[in-house]
Design a protein around this ligand. Sequence first.
Ligand code: FE2
Ligand code: FE2
Length: 187
Amino acid sequence: MLVSTTSPRWVEVAMSDLDALLDDHAHCEKKAAASALSLIVAYPAHDELVRRLSALAVEELQHFRMVHERLLARGRSLGGDKGDPYARKLLSLARPNRGRLTDRLLLLGLIEARSRERLGLLAENLTDPGLARFYQHLSEAEARHAEMFRELAAVYDQPEAVEGRLSVLARAEADIVANLELSPRIH
Ligand SMILES: [Fe+2]
Ligand SMILES: [Fe+2]
C-alpha cells in the first residue's frame, strides 16, 4: 500500500533509545485498539466491520500487553501518551461526509502498512535476537491488518473508488512521513 520507503537513518535513531521506542510503540498498539473501537461506535450496524474490528481491537490490545511487559522487564513503566503527529495529520485527511468510512479505513490501513515496514526494519537490524523475533512477529500481524482494512473498505464502497482513493492517500502518507522529525518513535 505504501509508495515510499523509510530512510535508513530512522532505523539508527529508533534503535538509539529502545526504552523510548518501546514506550511509543505501546501507545501505538493502544491507539490501534482504540481506533478499531471508535469505528464500531460510529458504524454499529455494519456487521462485517463490527466483526472484523472487534477481533482487531482484541489483537491490538494483546500487542499492547506484550509491549508493556517488555517495558516492565526493562525496569520501566509506561509513560504518558505524547500524541502522534503522524497519525493525527493522516487521519485529518478523511473526507467529512460521503467517502468518510472509505477514508478512515484506508488511512488506518496505511498506518498499519507503515508500521509493518518499520517493525520489519527493527526485526532486521536489532542485535537482541529475542526482541528481533518479537518485532518480526508483530510486523507480520500489521501486514495482515493493512490488507484487512483495504478489504473492508471494498465491502462498503466500489472497489475502483477504493483503489483510486488509496493511491491519493498513499501519496499524502509518503509526504507526511518524509516531513516527520526523526526520533525514537515508530512514526
Ligand atoms: Fe498491533
Ligand atoms: Fe495492527
